[in-house]
Design a protein around this ligand. Structure first.
Ligand code: ATP
Length: 361
């Protein structure tokens, strides 16, 4: 039997050095990751980066070539999927078409008849599908089918909920609603959840912690705010949210400059050139020009109306090949100036800028 070791809640689930190959392709490259009990973690990354494979390794649906998965102090690598204490939801719902909603939900429940129907009723109420017991999957909308799949995954009260792009097949409104409900249900039940998604907006909205993956590796693990505000690599900066990049240099006085902008600080010792990074809301469109500092002249190329803000693509007047994307809310100065063809002064607060030294990640 497997020894049950005391495990701190902080690393309730530990993935250590997990690798996986398909043929000659290394799909997971020495993955280390820990998940707290009760945490909602998103595995976020582009198509093919290995996130589904990692989820399937945790589920025991795929055998890793190296490394261990430890849950609650036990190495679960030697357990078959059915013994691993998780529920799983797939993008495609994966319901049995010839079983009713109630039968689908009850599928894995080993309970006497009466208790089973009470539990099914409770689960269907939890996902707001009471009254649909006798329906068949084909009689339900996509969102309702996914609720059934969620109820089925939660039926045996597992400690871990695995979600593989569960919302991707749904249209925007249904997706947003179900996202909120999934989140509040997860909180209420205190269940640990790991969700695979390629949708950065979804990950930012739902996760306690995001693990950004690329090419079979984890690029960064952090809260949504950390991932968005303090991306550790250029990849993360570009993949999550909209990124502005400005080539910068260090002048004779040792200060960082980009064109005629000066940011009043220095690069790390030894670095001469770097790329400055900031988000669209970090750039201010100024109603009045004042020379010096981190202000420069830009030209409005395109403007999109995003509801709460105008998002404009600008080019620097002095370096027309450098593009900046800015978001300006209606109550902010400069909003009315965002009209294609307009010349506008823009400034970037130096403390909002992060630097990636050229030649480094
Ligand atoms: P997606 O969102 O497209 O599913 P992903 O990040 O989840 O992407 P994986 O599904 O984990 O990526 O796949 C990672 C790589 O492994 C891909 O190149 C994929 O083609 C390959 N792969 C996945 N499963 C298998 C398999 N059973 N046999 C061979 N190659 C596979």
């Amino acid at each position: 039997s497997v020894p049950e070791l005391a495990s701190p809640q902080a690393d309730w689930l530990r993935i250590e050095g997990v690798s996986k190959r398909f043929g000659s392709t290394l799909v997971l490259d020495q993955i280390d990751l820990t998940v707290r009990r009760g945490e909602f973690l998103c595995l976020l990354g582009p198509s093919g980066c290995g996130k589904t494979t990692l989820l399937r390794v945790i589920a025991g649906l795929e055998a890793q070539d190296g490394g261990v998965v430890v849950m609650g102090g036990r190495d679960i690598g030697i357990l078959p999927p059915a013994k691993r204490d998780y529920g799983i939801v797939f993008q495609s719902y994966a319901l049995f078409p010839n079983l009713t909603v109630a039968e689908n939900v009850a599928y894995a429940l080993k309970l006497p008849r009466k208790e089973r129907s009470a539990r099914v009723a409770q689960l269907l109420q939890m996902v707001e599908l009471d009254g649909k017991q006798e329906h068949y999957p084909a009689q339900l909308s996509g969102g309702q089918q996914q609720r059934v799949a969620l109820a089925r995954a939660l039926a045996t009260s597992p400690s871990l909920l695995l979600l593989d792009e569960p919302l991707s097949a749904l249209d925007a409104r249904v997706r947003d609603n179900l996202r909120q409900e999934l989140r509040s249900l997860q909180r209420r039940l205190g269940i640990t959840a790991i969700m695979v998604t390629h949708d950065q907006e979804e990950a930012l909205a739902i996760a306690d912690t995001i693990a950004v993956m690329a090419h079979g590796r984890i690029e960064q693990v952090g809260t949504p705010e950390q991932i968005y505000r303090e991306p550790a690599t250029r990849f993360v900066a570009d993949f999550v949210g909209c990124a502005n990049w400005l080539p910068v240099h260090q002048n004779e006085a040792g200060l960082v400059t980009a064109g005629d902008m000066s940011f009043g600080l220095s690069l790390p010792v030894g670095a001469r050139a770097a790329t400055a990074f900031c988000r669209p809301e970090d750039i201010c469109v100024e109603p009045h020009w004042s020379a010096g500092g981190s202000m420069t002249m830009a030209i409005v190329e395109r403007v999109d109306f995003l509801g709460g803000v105008r998002r404009a693509v600008l080019t620097l007047a002095a370096e027309r090949h450098v593009e900046l994307t800015v978001d300006v809310a209606r109550n902010e100065p400069g909003y009315e100036l965002l009209v294609p063809g307009q010349r506008v002064p823009v400034s970037i607060a130096p403390h909002k800028v992060r630097y990636f030294v050229d030649g480094a990640a």
